[in-house]
Each structure stands twice: as C-alpha cells, then as structure tokens.
Design a protein around this ligand. Structure first.
Ligand code: PAF
Length: 303
C-alpha cells in the first residue's frame, strides 16, 4: 500500500492505472469506524484499485464548529487501510489542498443545499462540494463511495456530479449502527458514558416514527411534534431540527404517502449528531430495505 501526501504524486499514480482497470475512491476525514470500513470493503470488492482519501476538510467546518478537535488518527487509519487491502491512502496536508492564496469554491445552489444541514451549517456544503471536486479531479475515480448516514450530502454530491458532468459513479451504502441503533460517526467519540447512553434517542425517535407510520399515522406534522416531545424528555439532548421530507428533494411533505424520509440533528454534550431513516407508508420498512439491498447487490461489479 502506498501513502501519498502530494497531489502531483497522486495524479502520477492515477495516470499509471489504465482502463479497463477501475479505480474506487472512498473520501473520508479519517478516524475510521465500521462505517468507513464498509465503504472500503465494497470498493475493494468492486474495483481493481482502491484509493482512500483522508483529509479533515477545514472549509466545510463553520466558525464554532469542531474542526480543531475533530478526531484524527492517521497512523491507525493507515494500518486499517492496509489490512483492508487498500492500494493508496491519499492524505494531503491543508496547505497542499488549499495553498495560502486559494480562492476557488463550488457553490451548490437551490433548496437541496439551503435546507436542514445547509440551514444549520452555513457554507458546509460549499466546502464539501469543493473538496470532492478537487478529489475527483485528482483521483479520477470510476466509482466513489458514500454512506447513507449523510443523506443530504449524498444527494448534493450526486447533483454536483450530474450537473458538472463528472465521470464518477456514486455508490451509496447503508448506515452502520451500534447494537442499540446509534449510527456510527467519528463524532461519537466526543460522548462520555452518560451522553453515549442518551445518544440512542436519535435512533429511537426514528424507529418510533416508523412505528407510527406503520400504525397508520399519515400526518408529518404530528410525527415531527411527537419526535420533538421525545427528544425534550432526554435531558442531555438538544434538538437542532427534525423533518419529514420527500427523499429525493428533501422538501417537507404535507401528508405521508409512499416513501418519506425522517431526519434529525441533535446535540448531545460536545457532539452534534445526525441520523435519518427511510419510512414507507403501506409497506413494512424491512420489505423496502430488502428491495434497496437487492438494487445495491445488482450493481455491476467492475471487471
Ligand atoms: O463525509 C465526510 O466524511 C466528508 O464530508 C467528505 C465527504 C469526506 C468530504 O470532506
């Protein structure tokens, strides 16, 4: 496995990989957990060469966000990458990616980027889109791997790739959860024991929403209000937002028909956590999941 820190070296390395060999990119900010590893394993399964980027992207953090204390564990990430059969870890420095006079950014317009995370974290998606375009240009991946936990990010990345005519296929994999349902996140490491217990409230709230819909609830406002009440009862949790939306546009729905997505952001101690769940009125969630997995399974493997 190669560790590359310079953009020029990464580009040279990429140039040597010729079609029909395929390259999979797993873009990360490091501090790996099973969620990252599931993306790496899928890339390993599907592609001839796997590149994992590790870069804590300063420009997607706002003022007062956790850029300084975001967990960093490069040596552990490198050894995990090696174990998983990664070909290249690309870990550029901040100066390498954004030299002093850096001034080019990708601004994603429209409601998709101004709602939910976009509303709470101004400039966040501009930072995400900018770094990803840079990574796509440097690594030129045939396939790029993202987790469904960052649902809004995935929709935005797909839009950027589509609208800027980029040649990478976005592969999305399900959220990996702890046994009690807490979605894996590098930010879970901020939680102390008590906060960790409290953090399960995000998943519990989403599971409740699923149950209410299965029981016949069709009013999204009532679901949102019941989730707010649930979160209020958890004294360590501070709700940022909860919404029931159209899974494609993220627009709020007026009533629940077919598929909807429930998502929420909650602060617990120093951690701001997000989670989401696809909910289906009229069909059980597991049935839908099974359908999703089979679509996922049917994705053509790279030769
Ligand atoms: O999801 C993340 O870890 C980051 O937003 C990403 C996609 C690596 C861009 O910095």
């Amino acid at each position: 496995m190669r560790l590359i820190k310079e953009i020029s070296q990464m580009k040279d390395c990429r140039k040597k990989i010729k079609a029909p060999q395929t390259v999979g990119l797993v873009p990360t900010m490091g501090a790996f957990h099973e969620g990252h590893l599931s993306l790496i394993r899928k890339a390993r399964q599907q592609c001839d060469k796997v590149v994992v980027s590790i870069f804590v992207n300063r420009i997607q953090f706002g003022k007062g966000d956790d850029y300084q204390r975001y967990p960093r564990n490069l040596s552990e990430d490198i050894s995990l990458s090696e174990k998983e059969g990664v070909d290249v870890v690309f870990a550029p420095s901040l100066e390498e990616m954004y030299p002093q006079d850096y001034s080019t950014f990708v601004q994603v317009g429209g409601p998709l980027s101004s709602t939910l995370e976009g509303a709470s974290r101004s400039g966040h998606f501009k930072g995400v889109a900018t770094v990803l375009i840079k990574l796509f240009n440097i690594v030129k991946p045939d396939f790029s791997y993202f987790g469904e936990k960052d649902y809004q990010q995935v929709l935005i990345v797909k839009k950027v790739v589509d609208e800027l005519n980029l040649d990478t296929q976005i592969i999305v994999l399900p959220t990996i959860r702890e046994k009690d349902g807490l979605a894996l996140s590098s930010r879970n490491s901020y939680l102390n024991k008590e906060e960790r217990k409290a953090a399960v409230i995000l998943y519990k709230a989403l599971e409740k929403a699923k149950l209410w819909i299965e029981e016949g609830e069709r009013n999204p406002f009532s679901i949102v209000s019941k989730i707010k009440d649930l979160i209020k009862k958890e004294s360590l949790a501070k709700l940022d937002y909860v919404a029931v939306v159209n899974p494609e546009t993220l627009e709020k729905v007026e009533d629940i028909k077919g598929e909807v997505l429930a998502l929420l952001a909650v602060s617990i101690g120093k951690a701001r956590l997000i989670d989401n769940l696809l909910l289906i009125a009229g069909r059980s969630y597991l049935e839908k999941k099974e359908k999703k997995f089979s679509i996922e399974r049917s994705i053509k493997k790279c030769e």
